[in-house]
Design a protein around this ligand. Structure first.
Ligand SMILES: NC(=O)c1ccc[n+]([C@@H]2O[C@H](COP(=O)([O-])OP(=O)(O)OC[C@H]3O[C@@H](n4cnc5c(N)ncnc54)[C@H](O)[C@@H]3O)[C@@H](O)[C@H]2O)c1
Length: 282
């Protein structure tokens, strides 16, 4: 099947960016969220990004209109009926993701592949909410999806070779390199390796060993990281990070428990860049 239209579910930090990448790669895009204002905000961000590209003389106004015209925003889930490939990117909550997959399974044509952009959770369990587990897999983008050129491809227990082949093809058209995760395990590769670093950075701060600024500076300068752990946490979204850590804790053990201060920041509504305040103020 030729993939012309990609459905993106969830118009948040990741879904909005993924929709943007898909449209810029030539796909028609249906961007769905539960509230029109979320969809509008994502399209507005995309438009502003394209304006910047016009200023930088990378594209012209006509090209902007063409690319933007490929995105249809909607709050009507039935619209996904016409999608040839669907990328789920709703909040990091297993129950919500399973609900979304069950709904999509009843709407999308039977041959359509539905992938999840979960950053930590079981692909097999998410796929179990559908009658097409062979056409479900993990396709994990990184923030911001417009810039980060890798996706983690994770098979669920039943994911078929054809599904994997199609995901690689879509990722290739989007200019992303796929890395394959051989076992469906919490956090796949990158988050499994990087989350302990974040946890340790938060602990070093909580114990009063150093300021956030100095921890970020040390990690950037000592290891040539482009961004420090507190800065990255604010980019990721502290609510998303906390949910991921809670899932890791339940699956991998107590050493992955989100620290008290992170929980307090989330309770205070300081979710990172997306709310203008997180570890830092923006
Ligand atoms: N933030 C990151 O750095 C990052 C990186 C890679 C993957 N992810 C994963 O991407 C997913 C989304 O994360 P995000 O950072 O974009 O979160 P976000 O909070 O910015 O956006 C989530 C969006 O999902 C929408 N949503 C919630 N329930 C929905 C439903 N039932 N149907 C449709 N939309 C619904 C919300 O309205 C919101 O717009 C999560 O699974 C997360 O783990 C996040």
């Amino acid at each position: 099947m030729e993939i012309k239209t990609i459905g993106v579910i969830g118009a948040g930090a990741m879904g909005g960016g993924i929709a943007q990448v898909a449209a810029m790669s030539g796909f028609e895009v249906i961007l769905y969220d539960v509230e029109q204002s979320f969809v509008d905000k994502a399209i507005h961000r995309f438009s502003a990004h394209l304006d910047k590209q016009i200023t930088q003389k990378k594209i012209n106004a006509a090209e902007k209109n063409t690319v933007l015209g490929r995105i249809t925003g909607t709050t009507k889930v039935e619209t996904l009926e016409t999608a040839d490939f669907v990328i789920e990117s709703v909040v990091e909550n297993l129950a919500i993701k399973k609900d979304v997959f069950t709904k999509l399974d009843s709407i999308c044509r039977s041959e359509v592949i539905i992938v999840t952009n979960t950053s930590s959770m079981s692909i097999t369990e998410i796929a179990s909410a559908t009658a097409r587990p062979d056409r479900v897999a993990g396709m994990h983008f990184f923030i911001p999806p417009t810039i980060m050129d890798v996706v983690e491809l994770t098979r669920g227990y039943y994911s078929s070779d054809e599904t994997v082949r199609m995901i690689k093809s879509v990722a290739g058209t989007m200019g992303k390199q796929c890395v394959e995760v051989k076992k469906d395990t919490p956090g796949f590769i990158a988050n499994r390796v990087y989350t302990p670093l974040l946890l340790e950075a938060f602990k070093v701060y909580e114990e009063g060993i150093a300021s956030k600024e100095d921890i970020d500076a040390a990690m950037k300068l000592a290891y040539k990281l482009p961004i420090g752990p507190f800065e990255l946490a604010d980019y990721i979204g502290l609510d998303t990070l906390k949910s991921g850590m809670e899932y890791f804790e339940s699956e991998l053990g107590p050493s992955w428990r989100p620290p008290l201060l992170l929980k307090q920041l989330v309770k205070a509504g300081r979710l990172g860049k997306k709310t203008g305040k997180g570890w830092y103020d923006y």
